[in-house]
Design a protein around this ligand. Structure first.
Ligand SMILES: [Zn+2]
Length: 160
């Protein structure tokens, strides 16, 4: 690689495909929930503070939109593949969808903190559903396992 190529590569954005290009002959694909939680709940909140909620939501939404999904089934499969949680969709009408996440990767098992905390997941769901429906989607986390002590992390999706 030439110096010019090295400099150009230094500022290359890391896209989804690149990030998921995993080569770890000994350790493989899995690093555990702990690492993700330390990054998301401890490190990110420490640096950005409460603003981490908005940043995580936006990051999730952009990511959800970038996946180019066309069907809800594809999104459910993705959640399964990434082990985000056990997803159920008990309500789906034209303008309102409710999504429940059991065993949420971000918060299941946490000592409750008095606020919903799964903004990344909410954004991811909103972004995916927005792409699938072609309509504007906002997710509100109305229940949260680790944040509020609920059974699921539940997201009301407002579709406009
Ligand atoms: Zn939650």
């Amino acid at each position: 690689m030439t110096i010019e190529e090295r400099v150009a590569n230094q500022y290359k954005n890391i896209d989804v495909g690149n990030a998921l290009s995993i080569v770890r002959p000994t350790l493989g694909n899995n690093a555990g929930v702990a690492l993700y939680r330390l990054l998301r709940l401890v490190a990110l909140e420490d640096i950005i503070g409460r603003g981490a909620a908005g940043a995580a939501y936006l990051a999730g939404k952009k990511l959800g939109m970038s996946l180019g999904l066309t069907q809800l089934e594809d999104f459910l499969q993705l959640c399964k593949d990434l082990n985000i949680g056990i997803i159920e969709v008990p309500l789906a009408t034209e303008n309102k969808i409710h999504v429940d996440v059991y065993e949420c990767v971000t918060c299941s098992g946490l000592e409750t903190v008095g606020r919903p905390i799964c903004h990344f997941e909410g954004g991811l769901i909103a972004g995916a559903v927005q792409t699938i429906t072609g309509r504007n989607v906002r997710a509100h986390e109305v229940t949260c396992i680790g944040g509020l002590g609920d059974e699921t992390c539940g997201f009301d999706l407002e579709i406009s």
